[in-house]
Design a protein around this ligand. Structure first.
Ligand SMILES: Cc1ncc(COP(=O)(O)O)c(C=O)c1O
Length: 381
């Protein structure tokens, strides 16, 4: 198995990405979802080759292979068999989500979100003028309540925007929860947008089920969006794919002017192709590292911050922390940036159920993770 290289602090402080550059040198960042891990050597190699050849001309070689590579990756890893002809490349995950909402729903239409939720989903609704149908997950384990979902649907609800595995809670929804979503979607003729960008970072004991595998009926009303960005730490390269199972959406996409949706650049396409064709051994090593860090965080919280509410995530490298017992107000991340010099993601950005919470990114080295918890524990003592 390939070695995982968590980067040391000097290296990290010289990166230009927002995670390490937004705050001053006294702050330890555990906010935006980038990993403090060197990217896969197979990806670095293809990018270095492009640079050393000066190979920056018009180039569709990698781009044209992505649908096949994604189909093979899904079938090998998630037992989801798809036709590459139904896969389209987008510039990023939200590009596909905004496009689908724009094409198949109208202003004021309701869109279900399972909250708390990844903040850009809330932005996608507000910026497209769609209405939030808020279906909170059950805080005791973050399960989805099918009755709550069914009761929330109204006459102008048109879509369900699912994040599975779920950011920020790390839940991997099981077959019964996904079947409940499919049932409600069928009953009310809803579009399902299934963001599965975290599917490859599942911890032992949980299994990701693509929405498209639940039933042929569910598959036929679903757009599944994915990318190599999270699992392979490539977010700055901007490349995503979407499987268009919904025939109506496929038809609307086909009607669009050829260049309206833009195009992915060569580095993003080459990197994604390398990840999905040769990145599996690296990914396995990273998953092992992330599970160790998750367990380290759980041990440290239990020992040093026992009042924090925390359900160990089944997937992702994100921990959703309930800090209400510490009386830090609605936005503990703001207080902890000041008092602990730790940058977390602000809970209220994840919707009203995020008040008093913060999201902690534990994709770092064992040493930095200990330092992060030490700082939080000292500030909250
Ligand atoms: C649920 C979810 N969807 C989409 C994204 C964005 O992915 P990308 O930057 O590859 O578009 C993220 C990033 O953290 C995410 O957590």
């Amino acid at each position: 198995m390939a070695a995982v290289e968590p980067l040391d602090i000097d290296h990290l402080r010289h990166l230009s990405g927002i995670k390490w550059s937004r705050y001053g040198p006294d702050v330890l960042p555990a906010w935006v979802a980038d990993m403090d891990i060197a990217p896969p050597p197979v990806v670095v190699e293809v990018l270095q080759q492009l640079v050393s050849r000066g190979d920056f001309g018009y180039n569709r070689q990698a781009l044209l292979q992505l649908p096949d590579a994604f189909a093979r990756w899904q079938s090998d890893r998630h037992r989801w068999v798809i036709d590459p002809a139904d896969v389209r490349v987008f510039c990023d995950v939200l590009h596909a989500i905004d496009t689908a909402l724009w094409l198949l729903t109208g202003p004021g239409d309701g869109v279900v979100l399972f909250t708390p939720i990844y903040p850009p989903f809330l932005n996608a609704l507000s910026t497209t003028g769609r209405r939030l149908i808020d279906v909170p997950l059950d805080p005791d384990g973050w399960r989805l309540d099918p009755d709550r979902l069914a009761a929330a649907i109204d006459d102008s609800t048109r879509a369900i925007l699912l994040c599975n595995p779920h950011n920020p809670t790390g839940r991997v929804f099981d077959e019964s929860e996904l079947a409940a979503i499919a049932r409600v979607a069928e009953e009310h003729d809803l579009l399902i947008l299934s963001d599965e960008v975290w599917a490859d970072l599942v911890h032992p004991g949980a299994t990701h089920r693509p929405m498209g595998t639940i039933s042929p009926e569910a598959a036929a009303r679903t757009l599944t969006i994915s990318a190599a960005s999270k699992a392979f730490n490539l977010a700055g390269l901007r490349c995503a794919v979407a499987h268009v199972g919904h025939a109506g959406l496929a038809a609307r996409l086909a009607e669009l002017p050829a260049h309206l949706l833009g195009a992915v650049g060569t580095p993003g396409a080459e990197a994604t192709l390398a990840a999905w064709t040769a990145g599996a051994p690296w990914l396995e090593a990273v998953r092992g590292h992330l599970t160790e860090r998750r367990d380290q965080l759980a041990r440290r919280l239990a020992a040093d911050l026992p009042a924090v509410g925390f359900v160990p995530p089944e997937a992702t490298y994100l921990a959703w922390l309930d800090l209400r017992p510490y009386g830090l107000g609605d936005n503990p991340a703001e207080i902890l940036l000041d008092k602990a010099s730790v940058a977390l993601s602000a809970g209220p950005d994840f919707g009203v159920h995020g008040l008093g919470h913060a999201r902690f990114n534990f994709a770092t080295s064992a040493i930095i993770l200990d330092q992060l918890v030490d700082r939080l524990a000292a500030a909250l003592a």
